[in-house]
Ligand binder design. Structure first.
Ligand SMILES: C[S@@+](CC[C@H](N)C(=O)[O-])C[C@H]1O[C@@H](n2cnc3c(N)ncnc32)[C@H](O)[C@@H]1O
Length: 417
């Protein structure tokens, strides 16, 4: 545990210095992963406790991160408290804070004695209460009023695990029986998602390697349904990697799918997904904003634009994101999203539809981008989202699914007014 604490403290300190956790995606040590993610999810509260334990500040950001990891363990894990404290002291020495080991010991023991008061005081401050940066909290409040609290609350939860059954390989009812045989519980989430109340490692899912099922958030499963592909259509997924939504499209209909992504390595993982599921797509590593380099000139019937975004609807899956983003990033994302829409719109045939998606809850990246796009183009018709729970396209994150925004845009044919 000592090494895990020290490694997690390094990771947390790096995030606070501006480095994304993405480089650690291949982290094989489950303890390091859980400690790092958990500490980042609760970092606002933990820091507001540390301010009380060390009113003059903690000299080194790495030492502060180690304290945060120790406090997270004391508050949110079931390890024995004396072991957590002893190991944190040892980890402090291990990280070169020989003289601060006594302080770590005293601070963590004081937390155990005065926990209720320290936490109550921490939670009086918005960052301490919600564990998001202050600008983020204020921004959500300005856009959502009281509903902001629900969005922030979700950010502290463990992400849900949802499944999508590959109907090309097995009927959902038959897959439910396989889950039951393995004693894996599920909840049916309409229209056809299986939600696992207790997540399991992917390798435990029956038939995963054989392509019977995929792990995909329930909110993300709306993309293919809303785009409503039909046999024979030409479909473009312009930001396809790692291929979750593209695979769903291919499971729903026999379409000719072009799966494009600017990131060649991520696109390889999309190809692996298609192979596992027995699906075929034309994968192209290219920039969607430069169709001259990859488009054959034949228009598409459907386009999916799952645009790069702040990820503010999926913060519990990427607990570093909230601490890395800056308020000024939103304008940059909105500009890139608008540029992608402008570049892709001419590729859509008359009478076709484009589905715009983000996993963000910030309106700058959602309704803001769509309104500006509508103002720039005369041949766009916003279309209703059939069966979707929110008419305005805003699917707010809950315990059961992540947060998404959807806008379905129809292209008027040449004869429309
Ligand atoms: C939200 S992710 C897509 C997730 C994917 N649709 C799925 O369901 O698995 C956004 C993707 O856009 C890609 N991307 C960003 N800018 C791009 C561009 N200019 N052209 C093509 N792809 C781009 C990123 O590499 C990233 O894989």
């Amino acid at each position: 545990m000592r090494i895990a604490q020290a490694t997690s403290a390094r990771r947390v300190a790096e995030v606070l210095a501006g480095k994304s956790l993405a480089y650690a995606e291949g982290e094989t040590d489950a303890v390091v992963r859980d400690l790092t993610s958990g500490t980042l999810r609760h970092l606002g509260t933990l820091r507001a406790v540390i301010v009380q334990l060390a009113p003059r500040g903690v000299a080194d950001p790495l030492l502060e991160a180690l304290l945060a990891v120790g406090l997270y363990q004391l508050q949110h894990t079931r390890a024995a408290t004396h072991a957590i404290v002893d190991q944190a002291v040892a980890a402090a020495r291990n990280l070169g804070f020989e003289r601060a080991a006594g302080f770590v010991n005293a601070a963590l023991r004081r937390f155990l004695r005065e926990r209720d008061v320290l936490l109550a005081t921490a939670r009086r401050d918005p960052e301490g209460r919600w564990s998001h940066p202050r600008w983020w909290i204020d921004h959500l409040r300005a856009q959502y009023g009281d509903a902001a609290d629900g969005i922030l609350e979700v950010g502290a939860m463990h992400p849900p695990m949802a499944l999508r059954v590959n109907r090309r390989r097995i009927e959902p009812e038959a897959y439910r029986r396989l889950l039951a045989e393995q004693a894996i519980e599920w909840i049916d989430l309409p229209p056809d998602t299986l939600l696992l109340p207790k997540p399991v490692p992917v390798r435990r899912l029956p038939g995963f390697a054989e392509g019977l099922v995929s792990v995909q958030d329930a909110g993300a499963q709306w993309a293919a349904r809303l785009l409503a592909p039909a046999d024979g259509m030409r479909v473009l997924d312009a930001c396809a990697a790692p291929g979750g939504k593209a695979a769903h499209l291919l499971e729903l209909a026999d379409v000719q799918l072009t799966a494009l992504d600017a990131d060649a390595r991520r696109l390889e993982s999309a190809q692996r997904n298609f192979d596992r599921l027995g699906l075929t797509a034309r994968c192209i590593a290219a920039d969607a904003r430069r169709p001259d380099a990859w488009w054959d000139g034949q228009r598409f019937d459907r386009i999916l634009l799952d645009a790069p975004c702040s990820g503010s609807g999926i913060v519990r899956r990427h607990p570093d994101a909230r601490w890395l983003r800056r308020p000024t990033d939103l304008a940059g994302f909105a500009a890139a999203q608008g540029a992608l829409l402008d570049a892709l719109w001419p590729l859509l045939g008359a009478g076709g539809t484009l589905l715009y998606v983000t996993c963000s809850v910030f309106s700058e990246e959602n309704s803001g981008v769509i309104s500006a796009f509508l103002a720039r183009h005369a041949d766009v018709r916003p279309m209703p989202l059939e069966g979707f729970p929110a008419a305005d396209g805003r699917l707010l994150p809950t315990a059961a699914h992540d947060g998404f925004f959807y806008a379905l845009l129809g292209k008027n044919d040449a004869h429309s007014p």
